[in-house]
Design a protein around this ligand. Sequence first.
Ligand code: PLP
Length: 358
Amino acid sequence: MQRVYNFSAGPSMLPLSVLEKAAEEMTNFQGSGMSVMEMSHRSPVYQGIIDEAESNLRKLMNIPDNYKVLFLQGGATQQFAAVPLNLMNKNKKADYIVSGQFSKKAAEEAAKFGEVNIIASSKDRNFAYIPKVNEFSPDADYVHICYNNTIFGTCYDYVPETGDIPLVADMSSGILSRPVDVSKYGLIYAGAQKNMGPSGLTVVIVREDLLVGAREGTPVMLDYKVQADNGSMYNTPPCYSIYVAGLVFKWLLETGGLEERERINIKKANILYDFLDNSKLFKATADKEVRSLMNVCFVTGDADKDKDFVSAASKAGFVNLKGHRVVGGMRASIYNAMPVEGVEALVEFMRNYEKENA
Ligand SMILES: *Cc1c(COP(=O)(O)O)cnc(C)c1O
């Protein structure tokens, strides 16, 4: 069977050339006589893989030297707890901006460990916008945001100016979609399965001065300082996921880096949003100024028609267009690996569907 256009929100499409490279190296990685899945994480050959992945990610994101890069497990969801356990260390208080389902979950988890102030929320309009916030609790240990809201299809169009208070961002679905100024953040975390690689890997980028050690009673695996001091190898890291993510980082560097990626991602998103804005049948749900480049959410306004569209699209080879179960409708996730032609083909299909069903 031919490969489909896969609009899954995650795990999601990977570049075909990366999959082919992984396939080529599957049984014998660069003359080692074994698969990356079979080698000791303590071996020099694996150390080479993880070091190259880190150095390429640093290059791609222009990560300053005073930041550590950690390759962890447990998903972004585990970071909802790891962040307060490590960073709620002065006043045991943190500010959270709730702009969707994941930031709400992050705030709920953090509330188990200290005082959480929800300083703004966009719940009043079903998370169609990003709250603009410029005032923070002076005694907050950090401010937490969700940079790109995977379920609602919105993305921050500004960086909250938190001054001396570290800014923490869940970038799971937005990382590597465009350049970001890492120095504006104290900590960035992201599950790999949206825009970096296979699931099982979570990347944490953390400013060194925040690595003071987690609070007492923290499980050792959740202690950033322990992970940093051990080069992400306190125990066995997600070896194969790191290897594939490394291939993705290399692919991004070889194809022009994040400036070029942003240009392509804007082009792809515009093709889809322009169609939606002129459609008689479909309508985009997020406010224009904060529309995500990665997750494009839309509806027909009729749940039965939505269902019919998703099923017709799937039969035509455009799969995983169903919106998240908490919002319904449709969502086209168009991460880095989705080619421009995939978006063009989807719009063509939607145009024909509209003609027949409007
Ligand atoms: C997918 C996602 C999560 C959850 O990630 P897991 O790796 O499944 O824990 C959290 N935050 C955002 C923004 C996401 O897109």
